[in-house]
Design a protein around this ligand. Structure first.
Ligand code: ADP
Length: 688
């Protein structure tokens, strides 16, 4: 009961109160809330009833409920617990026993914590009174005092309750409960108030004992102020610690998020690298495949070029013979008066020409497609060119009973363009007009106009024929497309004329357009710049001759240099051509002019003959085995003795530009027009 003889004893009711409080705490800790409530209520009842006794000056007979108080200490009410003990039991009991169902966990915690800290404050002050010899801290006046072990008991009990609530309210991420500032403030403030009161009460006594301490009432006030400030400071510190904890948690969470993000990024980077490697591998693979495919395509293209070159030579050479011989035969027969066979021969001749035109069209188109069609720019008078063209198409017009009307504006002037292509384009349009019109008028109009500071020439071909349906207008410029399926049946044709015309115009920086109405006729307009510039002229000086030469090396010349007695130097024309028929035809045509004709089937022989003969003129084929025409021409031009001899290139390859560049005086495509050939010979090698 007493810690030491003479010390304040613990009353029996106090012991009972501790049993109840302890039981309440244990029950609460083991989550038997009902039991804790009962124990708490009983403890509170003991405390509150004792307080009622003190305040109401009554004896409820509870002080010595269990046994008589037998320790003789000076006390006003034997067996009654101290008033501060009673207060502590009331607080602890309330904290344990009052837990209404409707309260939120936070509110309940606050309630428990406030009362537990009040208890802690009271008991801590009482305990400190024993160490500081301040009686008033544990006993008020002559009322029963709180025993030293009672105060220790309350310190433990209240700490226990605080600890319980603390552990219950602990969240995973925080070591401090949010209510921490409250018990800190409440307990320090309670302690301060109790201590201040004790100091104030015992001031006079202590002052008597220690005169050097000065006025203790002043000390009490200082104590009060310091305690209050301490309470505030500590509460603030607790609050700041909480805040710091929260910030730390936030930062930790942010850090974790950041780390996750970094991990994700790194993973993404690794994935990307894998992807990149894959991609690079794929690109390499594809590149290899593409290279194989490209070299395959190049091989195929070379094969195609060689084939085309062969075609052009192999197909056109016999055709040239057919055309040339039939023409010559027809003339000879006519001269000899066998007129009955002439028309048959003319039929052979015109069929041959038709076939040749078709082959030329197809080859032209494939050349354009392969980018190997060159544009040869030259200056010519537009009017002259038009008159010439009209001259060529007049027979066609007459066939269908059409008449041609020309409307050439004044001042057409000259133009710089590819004469052959302009002529061929106009010829295509005019021959179509003639073909699709019967007994009507075909108008060819031409005008020169300024557009954006540039001179343009417009050639308009208008007919009164069958016309073209609006939905077919675009198609007619497509290869092998005809406006009507029945066209071939009724009119013949291949559907190549217009596509070639359009390509030719585009190559010279111009265009061809069309308007038409079914039944009433069509109008085609070609527009070309008067000065086609070299950049505009989409040309490709691919060395067809070279390719062709390669393809032709298998062809062996049939004729060797003959032993015929050579004519006098300066009196013969030299014909160099590897094709027997071509040579023969040229020879027979030129003989009419009265020249001696010497022929050579191979380039080298031709050159050798030229040196010996000094001919007045040379006709030169291009595609020949071993030494081709271009080489012969180069050798001739580089020889000072031979340079002056005029060379006329007669070939199936349309390399007019190369011919002139290398020094030829003229160019004729096979089969050479007899009249034109004779004109050229008369011009360059007139008979004296
Ligand atoms: P082709 O005349 O050899 O068939 P083109 O390319 O010259 O080939 O013409 C293509 C088609 O356009 C012709 O088949 C015809 O249907 C149509 N066409 C061309 N010119 C005329 C025209 N003046 N009048 C009516 N139809 C035309």
């Amino acid at each position: 009961v007493q810690v030491m003889p003479g010390f304040v004893p613990m009353q029996y009711n106090t012991a009972l109160g501790f049993v109840l409080c302890g039981a309440g705490l244990v029950l609460l800790a083991t989550r038997k809330v009902g039991g804790a409530r009962v124990a708490g209520a009983l403890a509170a009842t003991v405390g509150l009833l004792t307080l009622v006794e003190y305040i109401g000056h009554v004896d409820l007979g509870i002080d010595e409920l269990f046994m008589k108080h037998d320790i003789t200490t000076a006390t006003s009410h034997p067996g009654r617990m101290a008033p501060n003990t009673a207060i502590c039991f009331a607080f602890m009991g309330l904290a344990l026993g009052v837990r209404p169902r409707g309260w939120s966990p936070a509110r309940l915690s606050l309630f428990e914590v406030v009362f537990a800290s009040l208890t802690f404050g009271f008991s801590a002050v009482a305990l400190s009174g024993y160490f500081t010899h301040l009686e008033t801290a544990y006993g008020w006046g002559n009322l029963t005092r709180m025993a030293v072990h009672t105060s220790v008991g309350f310190v433990f009990a209240s700490s226990g309750l605080l600890g319980l609530v603390w552990s219950r309210d602990l969240r995973e991420d925080s070591r401090l409960p949010v209510w921490l500032p409250i018990p800190v403030a409440v307990s320090i403030l309670t302690g301060t108030l109790c201590f201040w009161q004790a100091l104030a009460a015992e001031g006079a006594r202590i002052q008597g004992e220690h005169a050097d301490l000065g006025t203790l009432s002043g000390l009490a006030t200082v104590m009060l102020v310091v305690g209050t400030l301490l309470a505030i400071a500590m509460a603030l510190a607790a609050y700041l610690a909480l805040q710091a904890g929260r910030r730390t948690r936030e930062i930790t969470a942010a850090n974790a998020a950041l780390r996750r993000e970094v991990d994700t990024r790194q993973q993404a980077e690794r994935d990307l690298q894998v992807h990149k490697d894959n991609l690079e591998r794929l690109v390499e693979e594809r590149t290899r495949e593409l290279e194989v495919a490209r070299s395959g395509a190049e091989d195929a293209n070379r094969a195609k070029s060689a084939f085309l070159a062969n075609m052009s030579h192999e197909l056109r050479t016999p055709l040239n013979a057919i055309i040339g011989y039939s023409e010559m035969l027809a003339e000879e027969l006519e001269d000899e008066g066998h007129a009955e066979h002439v028309s048959d021969l003319q039929r052979i001749n015109s069929s041959g020409k038709h076939l040749l035109a078709l082959i030329n069209d197809i080859l032209d188109l494939s050349k354009i497609e392969a980018g190997r069609m060159d544009v040869y720019l030259e200056r010519f008078e537009v009017g002259e060119m038009l008159e010439e063209t009209v001259g060529t198409v007049t027979p066609l017009m007459e066939k269908n009973g059409n008449r041609i009307v020309t409307r050439f504006e004044a001042g057409l002037g000259s133009m710089r363009a590819d004469l052959t292509k302009v002529r061929q384009s106009l010829f295509n349009l005019l021959s179509n007009a003639a073909k699709f019109t019967e007994n009507g008028a075909v108008t060819l109009a031409a005008r020169r106009e300024e557009r954006a500071g540039r001179a343009w020439l417009a050639f308009v071909v208008r007919d009164e024929g069958i016309g073209i349906a609006a939905d077919k207008l675009d198609q007619v410029f497509e290869e092998f497309a005809q406006a009507d399926r029945s066209t071939t049946r009724n009119f013949g044709g291949t559907g190549l004329g217009l596509p070639i015309t359009r390509r030719f115009c585009q190559m010279m920086g111009g265009e061809v357009s069309i308007t038409s109405e079914v039944g009433s006729g069509s109008t085609f307009t070609i527009e070309l710049p008067a000065e086609v510039s070299a950049q505009e002229a989409v040309s490709d000086t691919a060395d067809e001759a070279h390719d062709a030469g390669e393809a032709e090396t298998q062809i062996v010349a049939a004729t060797e240099l003959s032993d015929e007695a050579l004519p006098e130097p300066g009196s013969a024309i030299l014909v160099i051509d590897d094709d027997d028929d071509a040579r023969d035809l040229l020879r027979r045509t030129l003989e009419e002019e009265g020249y001696a004709i010497v022929t050579a089937a191979r380039g080298e022989h031709g050159l050798a003959l030229a040196k010996r003969l000094k001919p007045v003129l040379i006709t030169l084929d291009v595609m020949m085995p071993e030494m081709d025409g271009w080489e012969v021409l180069r050798s001739l031009e580089s020889d000072p003795e031979l340079r002056a001899i005029p060379v006329v290139v007669v070939s199936v390859v349309s390399e007019k530009a190369t011919a002139f560049e290398l020094g030829a005086v003229d160019y004729l495509s096979k089969p050479p027009d007899r009249q034109r050939l004779l004109e050229i010979v008369r011009q360059h090698a007139p008979r004296s």
